[in-house]
Design a protein around this ligand. Sequence first.
Ligand code: S3P
Length: 185
Amino acid sequence: MPHIVTKSKKAVTDTLLKCAENIVLIGFMGAGKSTVGRELAKRTGRFFLDADALIESAAGREVASIFKQEGEEAFRALEKESARWMAECVRGSVISTGGGMPTVVKRLKDIGIVVYLKLPFRKIVERIDAKERASRPLFADMNRAEELFEKRERIYEEQAQITVDADGPVERILEDILKALGSLR
Ligand code: S3P
């Protein structure tokens, strides 16, 4: 009896390829990237990686404190560095990006399949409570946040390989993403 029995080489290769590919979620703050990302990871047999959490653990500080102490530019530099590392080294993950990452990392598809969670600004405002706002420096001023949203929509559309309507139950959003991923292959 051999140590390893492989029924179908192709099936194994397909599975490896499928799991190795990252899925990169983009969208504005509050679009549900982390919630959807965690569930999508479970459903597709991947790990979940939050790009903000990655930066926080490397820097030993929270995002809000990096913004406060070193400024937005320093944070964007850390985002770029984390994106380079993810493109080189991360496989088999669902990655939730910070809302500004697509503005500074030009080719997110080098990391994985890019999925845009699209939601109108008024829906985003409904979801972001005072506590959440405090942890997001760019949400401190509502008018500025709306301007930012308008500027970014085009960038999200350009980077996205799949766009889903993120206004609705997580289960429906997941189904839409899984369907779209299936039709990409
Ligand atoms: C930012 C979004 C935040 C975080 C930082 C900046 C942005 O992430 O990266 O506060 O520029 O939109 P979330 O989108 O996860 O809130």
